[in-house]
Design a protein. Structure first.
Length: 323
């Protein structure tokens, strides 16, 4: 009888005060557990509760062949998510998704922008290259659109105006400004099919019900508050016309280059904006996107003909290839 490969699902439970973007960790674990089991793996959870030695001891005793990294916080803090990966590194056991360096880089949007800018990847300008117009204010170390509201886009006639807007936020939030790209929004879903991360599918987010001149952005509510108008008016589509073919191919190419530059692995999502002059801009990088029955990542894979069981199998196989 062939013994099944074992996978430990490792994560930290969310705190009660965490938002909807972090509260779904149990749903993600259930999703991964379900389809790993379907693919023939034996799974079990090892939950981090704040005791480093106890956590490592549990992994040592369990001796899994793989670890599925579901850390979204560490010590209750999202900004320390990379420490979860650091803890998994200590075990020497292959774990899913991007590794410590990539997660650390991507944990700060300002760092990602600097790395990509230096490599020639198109990213929106920061306030240090100021032009009058609309700017979007983002928390540097929060993800899932946390901290993004309809008030996050501001108009600034001068750099001093923009600085005054930034001063409205406490330093602890790490708010920074980047030029708002008025145009269409896309996300490129990526999987490793055996040698590197490749673009699987591209989705566009369609914004409806907005008045002329309003900023069309994916706010926190648009992603997580199902009863909100923002959520209902933000609809994902995979349908494009032949007019989009060239720019979609360009997005795939840039997404794959971005993955190499940042050292992403396993699975990832890279978000773009397309400006009125048909220029693409990388606006966000997510090295370990949320997985679930209704997640955008799962939907994109499904559109490309990759079912959830195949998807988790690819992610596990990619983990073993990095060791």
């Amino acid at each position: 009888m062939v013994q099944k490969m074992t996978v430990a699902l490792c994560y930290e439970p969310p705190l009660t005060e965490h938002g909807a973007d972090l509260q779904d960790i149990s749903e993600q674990a259930a999703f991964v557990r379900k389809y790993l089991s379907s693919a023939g793996y034996t799974t079990y959870d090892i939950v981090y509760g704040g005791d480093l030695i106890s956590f490592l001891q549990k992994i040592k005793e369990a001796r899994p062949q793989f670890i599925w990294n579901l850390f979204e916080t560490f010590g209750g803090v999202e900004q320390r998510q990379n420490l979860g990966a650091a803890l998994l590194e200590i075990t020497g056991i292959p774990y899913t998704g991007s590794k410590l360096d990539a997660i650390t880089h991507c944990s700060d949007k300002r760092t990602v922008k600097a790395i990509l800018y230096a490599a020639g990847i198109p990213v929106p300008e920061t306030r240090h290259i100021f032009t009058p117009g609309r700017w979007i204010l983002k928390p540097a170390k929060l993800h899932g659109s946390a901290g993004i509201t309809e008030k996050s886009v501001v108009y600034a006639a001068s750099e001093e105006d923009l600085l005054q807007e930034l001063k409205k936020y406490p330093d602890s939030l790490g708010i920074f400004a980047e030029r708002y790209i008025d145009g269409r929004e896309f996300s490129v879903t990526m999987l490793d099919f055996g040698d590197r991360l490749s673009a699987v599918a591209i989705a566009e987010m369609l914004f409806s019900g907005y008045r002329s001149g309003e900023s069309k952005i994916l706010t926190f509510n648009a992603k997580w508050a199902e009863e909100s108008a923002e959520y209902k008016n933000s609809v994902r589509t995979f349908n494009f016309t032949t007019k989009d073919t060239q720019v979609l191919e360009e997005m795939k190419t840039v997404a794959e280059k971005t993955a190499v530059i940042l050292g992403l692995s396993g699975f990832a999502r890279i978000d773009f904006r397309l400006s009125a002059d048909n220029k693409i801009w990388v606006i966000d990088v997510n090295p370990n996107p949320c997985l679930g029955e209704d997640s955008g990542f799962t939907a994109a894979c499904g559109h490309a003909g990759v079912n959830p069981e195949q998807m988790v199998s690819y992610i596990i196989k990619a983990a073993s290839a990095t060791y």
